[in-house]
Design a protein. Sequence first.
Length: 478
Amino acid sequence: MRVAVAVLLALVSVVLLSGSPEDKRVSIYSTIASYSLPVVERNRMDYVGLLEVLEPLGTVSARVNGDHWRLRYNDADAEFTANKRGARARRTDFDLSANFVLEGGRGLVPLADLSILLSRMLGGPVSFNPKARRLFVGGVAIHFTAQVSNTTPPKLIMTFSSPVNPAIATEPGKLRMTFSHDPVVAPSSPRLSFDSTVITSASFVESNGEAELVVTTTVPVLASFSDNGRTITVGPPPSPSATATAPQVPPPAALAPATAPLSTRVPASPAIVAKPPASGAPHYFAVIDASHGGDERGAALTEQMAEKDVTLVFARLLRQELDSRGLRTLLLRDSDATLTLDQRAAMTNVAAPVIYLSVHAASQGSGVRLYTGLAASGGENAGPFLDWDAAQSPFHALSDAAATSLAAALHDKQISVRTLTAPLRPLNNITSAAVAIEIAPPDGDISRLASATYQQPIAAAVAAGVADARDKLQAARR
């Protein structure tokens, strides 16, 4: 976008993937998904679940036969033996750096071997920074340059090879940008010095599955984003007089005027979406979207079980749980109706809820997976209008906060849960906190997936997580 959006640095964004400081994490970045997984210690070494690593990247399954654990990813097979180093992948034998660990059907591999394992299974280049626990699949890395302008006052201009969406925070004399979702890599020198008395230096640090860029300053500064998130400018805020005399830029003639009713601002083939009104309480607190429906069956979970049916059952349970907590809820479809992704997003944005919850179901894995949108490269914003494909960008921190609350509530109920990010629609078109909830069968028993006995505790935990985040989400929407 041409008009930079100022970010007040006193606001500390919630970072979903970082976890608590004591929890070890490994982050994996690819063109398909970027996500973070827990690292566990076994035999005084770091291990990670191999099936969990591969699951977001393709079709994966595993089975146990005694001490043998066999994994299939797309068309690639791998075999491991409990308490043995010897392994086999794509018909090639090799040794792990430490023994393979098999726990309750879950296969754990040494973290140090993750790069070579993924390279063999994916059949492509993989790079791994073991100290920072950040792994990059293919040429996904984002590079950047940084220089201080000769303007008065001076500004630090950082240009990235792809759009980024860091969490930003400040402390006296420092500005911190934390990249959890973005595969940003270090410049040629991790510490940059500038010939400026206002912005003196910047340092790049990687640790525990994330990267941080620390800018050292001598005056208060704010950050602004432009070029669809490819450029971040850091500098002192404009003086009040400059702000008062700044010319007003009218919206392009092709866009509806700001005074037009909200319903007229959503075109049939949306290219833009108007921001919902900032004042006044929303009519609905939550919008629940049971994915698929009608002509779109979704995944064939079994020969008789379609994803569209499972999501509708769960959505109805979740609505009941939210209503019982005093949270008024709109169910986008309460029948076997067909809705396009654009229709789902447009209906949600017109309702202007505090949170949007998209419901999905899967036959692979177990427990619950929570997804937040991955920042998308979009077109130009203008006034109250946001580019359709990047409408979620201003709400990423809220979505991360909501997903964190949901994950905590599920964990409290001893329900297996993972948090990931992905460029999912319609998440990226939603102008509120937005989380996709994907439920998988318990312990691989697909027959129980549609059971209310299985779904009810999950729905209750999700509703509890939403309720726990109520005050934070409502405050941010005012």
